[in-house]
Design a protein around this ligand. Structure first.
Ligand code: HPA
Length: 285
């Protein structure tokens, strides 16, 4: 058997997993991380069980406004159709809160230990691509990692691995189809992770644009890479909450980020719900 790179991580995740399982009646097969301003999706789940993140052993706190720090499980329902069992992280720990990549990855490691097969990561991001507008939704086709921090995957003692594709083709197909059905223009592009916590300068945004970034934010990349490298189906979805510095005329604020979330939350809810219903395993159809 291959050893864990960091056995301490293994133990803490196991304790957290046992705790979460003790509260649930079944294992979730889908996990979703909800980013800034997007937490409301969790309120619409049926058969809800809510766990405060602070109750879960070793779960890192998130102090960012708009990040509730809760785990909510349940199903999406539309008439007689009911989705597979979903676990939602309402909020996430950010790297700038602790300077600890393992804290950032804790929810993902927990979700993986619970045995999920599908993982959706959402965030609020600044739009760099000049064709983007605040309120747009962007599927993350690929990532740029400007933190240059990479997590061990925990699958061996030699931690080099080829970065996996982060956008699963079946998930992409379902998201695109559902967006079309609902009448949403779904953008697709490269998401760049910076550590934050401040927003970028106009010169930094211009640099990122030239390097191929379409959107910028302070999360998502480590979670997506870890989940995708473990072989499960993944997709990342950015809400373009604002134009990145220098791309618009206003000064950025966290309020703008959460307000845009408020404005487009219904569209986001519809896209996520319909996607989760489409993902339903055929045996339950
Ligand atoms: N920059 C970085 N992170 C962000 C932004 C941004 O413009 N908007 C939302 N998160």
């Amino acid at each position: 058997m291959e050893a864990d790179i960091n056995p301490v991580i293994g133990d803490t995740v196991r304790e957290a997993t046992d705790f979460v399982l003790s509260r649930l009646t079944q294992r979730p097969s889908i996990a979703i991380i909800l980013g800034s301003g997007l937490g409301e999706f969790a309120e619409h789940l049926q058969n809800q069980i809510t766990i405060s993140a602070s109750e879960v052993p070793h779960f890192p706190p998130s102090r960012v406004e708009g990040h509730a720090g809760r785990i909510v499980t349940g199903n999406v329902k539309d008439g007689d159709v009911i989705s597979d069992f979903i676990l939602v992280f309402q909020g996430r720990p950010h790297y700038y809160e602790s300077g600890n990549l393992e804290a950032v990855l804790f929810p993902t490691r927990l979700a993986l230990a619970l045995g999920i097969s599908t993982f959706l990561v959402t965030n609020a991001a600044g739009g760099i691509n000049r064709s983007f507008q605040p309120g747009d939704l962007m599927l993350i086709r690929d990532t740029l990692n400007f933190s240059f921090l990479h997590a061990p995957t925990g699958t061996g003692t030699f931690p080099h691995f080829a970065p996996p594709a982060v956008l699963d083709s079946r998930l992409r197909h379902i998201l695109v189809q559902n967006a079309e059905k609902i009448g949403i223009t779904l953008r697709e592009g490269v998401y760049c992770w910076l550590k934050g916590p401040s927003y970028e300068t106009a010169a930094e945004i211009e640099m990122l644009a030239r390097l191929g970034a379409d959107a910028v934010g302070m999360s998502t990349v480590p979670e997506l890479l870890l989940a995708a490298s473990s072989g499960i189906r993944t997709a990342g979805l950015s809400l373009i909450s604002n134009l990145a510095t220098g791309r618009g005329t206003t000064t950025l604020s966290h309020d703008e980020v959460t307000q845009t979330g408020e404005r487009v939350k219904n569209t986001f809810l519809k896209l996520l719900s319909s996607t989760l219903l489409s993902l339903k395993t055929p045996s339950q159809a």
